[in-house]
Write a protein that binds this ligand. Structure first.
Ligand code: C2E
Ligand code: CA
Ligand code: CA
Length: 578
């Protein structure tokens, strides 16, 4: 609804600008009026009046007071026209015109031509009034046009989002019953892409004009307001229905419009739409929620993939769909055995291969890759992480074990294990089973545990890690630097590798303190007899800095992105042949 607010602000600003246009001649007229007054004050001194008063020895013609009165009168007339439009203009002009015979009769009676200036001033004033009047009319027309443009969609001539929001806001304020229907055309982009924008526009105009006819003719029996919100999005506000039946009759009348083919430039085009609605009063209490709830219902209707599907808003629609969707994707992937892995190489500082880290990969039903950053946290939350970890481990161990045997070279396979998983009773047994079933020697396996999660559950984790270590398995602390491990905890922890988090490597060359931080971690690791690997190394500059501060290993796009089996095999064979 931000869109609406900004439209409102634009409109208000434009109106402000307009009021400046209006006040500009006002200011000029005030100055003009002062001149009038001044001239009237000066007049009596110039004209020899018939009747005169003696003021400190000076003779002042009594006519001058009539002049003052008349000039005040003129100013009134100006302001009347300025502020009271047509009525003000008519009154002022009539009164001023009546003024002229009065002045003339005065001249005749007194045989004094001095008053002729009064006639002149009155005529000038009338002329000024006419100018103001014409100017005001122009501004009014401009303002009307602007108001209309601000609330009308240019392409279809329907009211726009702003107008619709104004209406909804008004109805909510008055607590009047209404239903808001969100309408979105299906496959409209395809029409634009395949037939061109002209045809797309004509489709929109044709549908709009049919809907507008229903609304304007009030054929539905209810009071309807149809608006185009933008693109292929429309909204229908329905009022004055007595029951659900009447409401649905109206809705169906608009849906029926899309039941027929449209004939556009000799093409027969069939368009369908998705509809979602919300009633007021109900769950939605303000303009934003009315728009967003009807939109949510519309999106649900769209998901059904049926032509002209319609959905009523339900509170359940507010639950985060994303999490449930991904959870379902993970379950489906586990069931269909479609979770797989990528292998990202790790190197020592001389570019000699150390091994690979297995990174989980998953595709959704449409075949798009979902990043582990997205699905791993959901798998952890929903208790599915053990299964994901194990699938990755099992598959990667099988491949890498075979590769080690084939190539006769010695390198590491690092796998990520969630601490939640690590602390499960069966973890060690499962791990042994997998190692037994693959050709992977335990000392070629490294288990990565994320620092921040590990320190929360350190006691329980210690025991399990001790067992792993006893089997010859290596232990890496992942994302090191992001948690707050204490020194004593680090000294007691049987890690064999610290992996410095990418965020520090990113900052390292921009700030001296970050560089010192990484240098300190490296020294700390070395003091404890632990190797240090820098994650996410991307540039030569970072590589040089890491070399200069004694880093042992790196992993990053600079020397290797995550690879598939074939690519990983090639890396190994190249290493062996070197
Ligand atoms: P991580 O363990 O810290 O893995 C490193 C991540 O950094 C990977 O992202 C990797 O592709 C990315 N990366 C490596 N080098 C570079 C680089 O030079 N530049 C950039 N921009 N990125 C780089 P990915 O594969 O998206 O994994 C994200 C996280 O998901 C992992 O972070 C890990 O915490 C988690 N994860 C991945 N696979 C598994 C798994 O099988 N089990 C569990 N429990 N967690 C996993
Ligand atoms: Ca990792
Ligand atoms: Ca990491």
């Amino acid at each position: 609804m931000n869109n609406n607010n900004s439209e409102k602000r634009i409109l208000e600003k434009t109106l402000d600008d307009l009021s400046f246009v209006r006040s500009a001649p006002k200011i000029g007229l005030v100055i003009l009026s002062i001149f009038y007054l001044a001239s009237y004050f000066a007049m009596p001194f110039l004209v020899n009046s018939h009747f005169a008063v003696d003021y400190n020895g000076t003779t002042i013609g009594i006519d001058s007071f009539a002049g003052v009165l008349s000039s005040i009168f003129n100013i009134f007339a100006i302001f009347l026209t300025l502020y009271y439009g047509d009525v003000g203009f008519s009154i002022s002009t009539v009164v001023l015109l009546l003024n002229i015979p009065m002045i003339i009769s005065n001249i005749m009676r007194n045989h004094n031509l001095g008053n002729i200036s009064g006639v002149f001033t009155t005529l000038v004033t009338i002329l000024t009034l006419i100018v103001i009047y014409i100017n005001n009319k122009k501004i009014e027309r401009y303002q009307d046009k602007l108001m209309k443009q601000a609330v009308t969609d240019i392409l279809t001539g329907l009211p726009n989002r702003f107008a619709c929001a104004e209406l909804v806001e008004d109805l909510i304020k008055k607590n009047q019953q209404f239903t808001m229907l969100s309408i979105n055309l299906n496959g409209f982009n395809d029409i634009n892409d395949t037939m061109g924008f002209d045809i797309g526009n004509e489709v929109l105009m044709e549908i709009s004009s049919k809907w507008k006819l229903i609304a304007d003719m009030e054929v539905s029996g209810t009071l309807d307001f149809i608006a185009r919100l933008g693109g292929d999005e429309f909204a229908l506000v329905i009022r004055k229905y007595r029951n659900q039946n009447e409401l649905m009759n109206t809705v169906n009348m608009y849906r029926d419009v899309l039941g027929y083919k449209l004939l556009i430039q000799d093409y027969e085009i069939q368009v369908s739409a998705s509809y979602g609605y919300v009633e007021f009063p109900s769950g939605a209490k303000d303009v934003d929620s009315i728009f967003s709830y009807s939109n949510k219902a519309m999106l649900r209707a769209k998901e059904s993939k049926e032509d002209n599907a319609i959905m009523c808003f339900d509170e359940e629609m507010l639950i985060d769909r994303h999490v449930t969707e991904i959870e379902n994707e993970i379950k489906a992937a586990l069931q269909n055995n479609t979770i797989f892995y990528s292998l990202q190489p790790q190197f020592d500082m001389n570019h000699k291969l150390r091994g690979f880290e297995a990174l989980a990969r998953m595709k959704d039903k449409k075949g798009n890759i979902i990043s582990p950053g997205e699905f791993i946290p959901i798998a952890e939350k929903e208790g599915l992480i053990d299964k994901v970890d194990l699938v990755v481990f099992k598959k990667a161990a099988k491949f890498v074990g075979k590769l080690i045997q084939e190539s006769g070279s010695d390198f590491t396979l690092s796998i990520n294990i969630s601490v939640k998983h690590l602390m499960k009773k069966h973890f060690l047994d499962e791990l042994k089973d997998i190692l037994d079933a693959s050709d992977l020697p335990p000392h070629n396996l490294e288990i990565e545990i994320t620092e921040s999660i590990m320190i929360e559950s350190v006691e329980k984790a210690f025991k399990c890690i001790g067992d792993l270590k006893a089997m010859g398995i290596q232990i890496a602390i992942d994302d090191f630097g992001t948690g707050y491990s204490s020194l004593s905890y680090l000294f007691n922890f049987p890690a064999t590798m610290l992996k410095v988090d990418k965020s520090f490597i990113d900052k390292m060359n921009n700030s001296d303190s970050s560089r010192k931080y990484v240098a300190t971690i490296i020294s700390l690791g070395h003091i404890m007899g632990i190797d240090v690997l820098a994650e996410g190394v991307e540039s030569d500059e970072q590589l040089e800095t890491l070399r200069s501060i004694g880093c042992d290993y790196i992993q990053g796009y600079i020397w290797g992105k995550p690879l598939n089996d074939m690519e990983a095999r090639e890396v190994i064979l190249n290493t062996v042949n070197e």
